[in-house]
Write a protein that binds this ligand. Sequence first.
Ligand code: F0G
Length: 350
Amino acid sequence: MYNGLIDRYRQWMPLQASDTVITLQEGNTPLIAMPRLAAAISEHVTLYAKFDGMNPTGSFKDRGMTVAVSHAVSQGFKVVMCASTGNTSASAAAYAARAGVRCVVLIPGGKIALGKLSQAVAHGAKIIAIDGNFDTALSLVRELCNEHPIALVNSVNPFRIHGQKTAAFEVIDQLGEAPDYHALPVGNAGNITAIWQGYNEYRKAGLSNSMPAMLGFQAAGAAPIVLGRAVDNPETVATAIRIGNPASWSGALKARDESNGRIESVTDDEILSAYRLLPSLEGIFVEPACAAPVAGLLNLGKSGFFTKPCVVVLTLTGHGLKDPDCALGLAETPQLVPAEKSAVLKAIGL
Ligand code: F0G
């Protein structure tokens, strides 16, 4: 029986044998072939999506949270805390509930997708909205956790990174080899750091022969790494990656440069059109942040970046149900017709 990623990858985790494991059977997410989207990107691309929206709380954050909360609880912490654009808070709240400890989350007021907020509420977290953005929330959380017996469970906590690196392990285990490229959205930059670390660890252990080039994508209104400077007032429709001063900035640069990869930006218009395209072509519904790498791959395809047959893995970091407002905001309200066969036929156009 699959029992979560700590159990599956225990030898790669910096945990003691006696540590308590808090798991919701996260990880083991599907790697789904995406032939129709691949064709839209480039004739040379074979594309797979690592659908991390299939984790228990609907995002990749569960990979890191199982390790961070297991460690915190094993160390005797009774309170965990994070700053979040939404998914981290949903995941922290769920794992804290599972562990029977308190969870406090600091969120940027008015900028959290509905699904994520409702998860933190359901799991009983103390939710504090601040009049400020994610970056400000994270610096407050870092100070508070330094000064009080509270475990910080943002990705600046190395245990989060150890959990998230398992996405790379799974990709290699599923594909049999590392892909040529690995594309993903970049916000606070923990995930690109973690996935690059995972590919490195498997390579060093002889479990893969090659390494992918990492392709990170930021939203144009929140693209500090692309611009090479912090952004004071980040703005983007992809609220998950609305971050102006990533904590793992240096990890992202290391992943980009060591892998011979790229970190680029995509506009909100490009994000929204990729956000509409992906579920209509492939039947996979994701939140707007996931559309950033889709848009980025489409741009790279258009510019002739892919010149020979290659395998691309795309991490889809969060489920579409996280942000129903975004989907509905782009759609027409369903037409209301009388409850009669003739009216329905007419509405179909038959
Ligand atoms: N995709 C989604 C759906 C996210 O929620 C996040 C980050 C990212 C991508 C970017 O990952 O920060 O490791 O570069 N969400 C954080 C949060 C910031 O608070 O939920 P990253």
